[in-house]
Design a protein around this ligand. Sequence first.
Ligand code: ADP
Length: 801
Amino acid sequence: MEKAFILENNIDQRHREIEERYKKILLLSSDAIFIHNNGEIVYANPRAYKLLEIENKKEILSRSILEFIHPDWHEIVNERIRLTRESDENMPIVEEVFITSTGKEKIVEVTASSIPYDGERHNLIIVKDVSENRKMKAFNKEKEDMLRLVTENTHDLIAMLNKDLHITYATPSHFSVLGYSTEELLEGFSIELVHSGDRENLIAGINRTRGDGVNACIQWRCLCKDGRYKHLESYAKPIYNGEILEGVVISSRDLTERIEAEKALKKSENKYRSLFNNVNDSIYLYRLRDNDVPGHFIEVNDVACARLGYSREELSNMTVLDFNVGLTMDKINATKEKLLTKGQAIHRSLNRTKYGKYIPVEVNSILMIINNEKCVLSICRDITEREEIERELRESKERYKQLIEALPYAVYIRTLDRMLFGNKAGLEYLGVSSIEEMKSKSWTEFTIPHPSYVEQFERNLEQIVTEGYLPLTEERYIRLSDNKILNMETIVTRCSYDIDEVTYLVVTRDIADKKKAEELERYMEEKTKQLDEVVEYEKLRTEFFANISHELRTPVNVIFSTIQLLNLNLASMDLSLGNKEKFKKHMIIMKQNCHRLIRLINNLIDVSRIDTGFFNLCLSNNNIISVVEDITLSIAEYIENKEISLLFDTDIEEKYMACDPDMIERIMLNLISNAVKFTDGGGGVFVNIYDKDDKVVISVKDTGIGISEEKQKVIFERFIQVDKSLTRNREGSGIGLSLVKSLVELHEGTIEVISKTGEGSEFIIELPVRLVEDRVEILETQRLAAQANIEKIDIEFSDIY
Ligand code: ADP
C-alpha cells in the first residue's frame, strides 16, 4: 500500500514536471499559440498577445479566433476547424492574414491540430509571424532587381571570370566602351587585347585576387575594336561560394577621357607655367588675410624675382607691402575697395628692389577665390619707359601748345558742325574771348559766308567732306559779332583728335593786308606802265622833233639853194632857151619840196587834230568802189614812168556807204605811196576790194621789201619810222601809217598788216557798211575832192624821186 502510494506520488510528481515543462515551452515559445474550442479562445500564450497587440489576457479569452483573422480567410479557417475536430491529423501549414487589435495586418503561417483540453477536444493553432520575413524578401528582390538594373546599365564594365579565368558574364557597357559584344567576350578574351606593357601587371593583379582572395586595383590599356587603346581602371574581387572561391569579378572604369584631359591639363598647365615665367610682367599670387590685408605670396614668377632681386624663398616670406613703397594708406584702401567691389583694380606705384632701386609700375590686380580663400593675382608692369615717353609726350604737347598759341595764324580743330579747339588768334578771329565760349558751337554761330563766297563755300565744304582736304583757298566771311568782312586764306586737312568723329585741322590767316598790298602793287604797276609810256612817248616826241627838223630843213634847203641858183641866173639875165629849161627844172624842184613841206605839215596838223579830238569826219554816202578806183587810177597814171605796175580789181561795181571820201583818199594815197616807195622797179602793187555784205575789205598789196615781224608791231604807232638810220634811203616822217590807222578807226574800221621780209606787204582795211541821210552834199564833196586829186598825189608822192 505504502509502496503503491509512493508510486502514485511519483507519478503525480512526474505529471507536474511535464506540465511545468510544457507550460514553460508555451510561455517562452517564439510562435503564437492559441487553443480554442470551436473558435472560442480558451488559451493564448504571451507571444499570441504580442502578435495581436493585446495587453490584457482577459481581453482575449472567450473571444472568437475569427475576430483576429482577415475576413478573406474566414471560410478556409472554418473549414480547417471542422476538419481538425473530425480527425486527429495535423493540418498542413497555411498562410493567413491576422488583424491585430490596433487593426494592423500581419502575414502568418498557421499549423493546427486537435488536442484534449479539460477533457474535451479543443483546437490548437500555432501561428508564426512571417510579416518581417516577407518584407525582407520583397526588399531583397527589389534590391536585386535594382542591382541588376544598375549593372546592366552602368557605364562601368563589370565582368565575372570563373576559376579558369574565362569570362562568364559581361555587362553590355563593354560594347559601348570597347566595341566588343557580350557574345564576343564570352567566346574568349585574348590576352593580346591587353597592351603589352600592362599584361604582366594585369595578370599578377588577378592572380593575387584569385590566390589570396584580396581585392586588387589595376590600371591597364585595352585594345578596342576600332584599333585604339583605352585606359581602364579595374577592381578585381574574389567571389566565394561558402568557403570555396568561385571566381573573380572585375569592374572597370574607362579612364581614357580623364587621362587625356589630365594630359591636356598638364600640357596647358605647363604652357601657362611657361607663360607665367616668361611674360615680361612680374606676377604675384597672394592670399588676403582676414582683414583683407595682403598676406604672403603663394606664387611669384621668375620675372618678379629677377626684377626685385629677391629669391623665391625670400619672396615667399614677404608681402607686397614690403616692396610696393608707393602704396599710401589711401591708395591701399582705394585699391582694396575696388578689388572687393569690382573684382579688379589698376593702380600705379613704385617698387623698391632689394638693392634700393625704384621702379615705376602699373599693377593690375584681380580678386580670385582659391580653395574658399580670397586671393589676389597681381600683374605688375615696369612702366619706366612708358613714363619717360609720357613725360616727353607731355612736354612736347606743351611745346606744341605754346607754338600753336604763338602762331600768327588762326588754328582750329573742328568737326563738321562743332568747334573743338581754337588758338588765341583763332578766338580773336571769331570774336570770342575764351575756348569755352567757342567750344561745341558751330562755326556758323560766329561767322557766315559772304554773299560773294556762298557758292564757293558750298563747293569747298563738299571737297573737305569727300577728300578730307582743302588746299590753300581764299575765303570771305562776315563776322557776326561786328559784321566785319573777313578775307581769309585757309587750308583744311582731316586729322585725328580725341573723339570718335571725323575731325579737321583748319589753319587760316587774315589776308586783308595781303589784298591791300596786292592792290597797291597793281596800282603801282599801272602807274609805272603809264609813266613808262609817257617817258617813251616823250622820247619818241623828242626823236620825232629831231627828225622833223631834218624833214623840214631838207626841202627848205633845197628851195633856198634853188632860189640862189635862180638869183645867179637872174643876175646874168640870160633867159636863153637853155636857161629856160634850167629855170623850169628849178621850179619843179621847188614845187616838189613845197609839196613835201605841205604833206608834212598836213600830216602834223591832222595828227594833232586827231590827238586833241578836233578832227571830224565829213561823212556822206559814196560809192566806195569808185572812190578807191579813181584814186588808184590817178596814181597809176602818176607813176607810169616808174617800172612798177599798179593793178586795181574789185568783186563788185558799186557799194554805197557812209565815208569821208577825202580821208579814204588820204588813206589810199598813203598806203599806195608806201607800197611804191618800198617796192623796187619791176615789182607790182595791187589794190583789191572785196564785198562782205555789211563790210568792205580794201587790200593794198605789194611785192616790195616787206616788213619784219618785229616792225609790224610798231608801224601803226605815232612817230615811228622803222628805218631810223640817218643813211636811210627812203624819206618819211613816220606818222603816215599812224594817221591812216586813226582815219580808219574814225570810220569805225580796222587795219592790219600781213608781211614777210623780202616778199612784200599787204595792208588790209575793213570798213563797216552804213549809210547817212544827206545825199546832196555828198555829190558836191565828191566833185570837189576829185578836182584836187592830182595835187594830192603830188603832195603824197613828194618824197618819192
Ligand atoms: P612815213 O610817213 O615816214 O612814210 P609811215 O608811217 O607811212 O611813215 O611808214 C612807217 C614805216 O613803215 C616806214 O618808214 C617803212 O619803214 C614801213 N613801211 C610802210 N609801208 C611799207 C611797205 N609797203 N613796204 C615796206 N615797208 C613799209
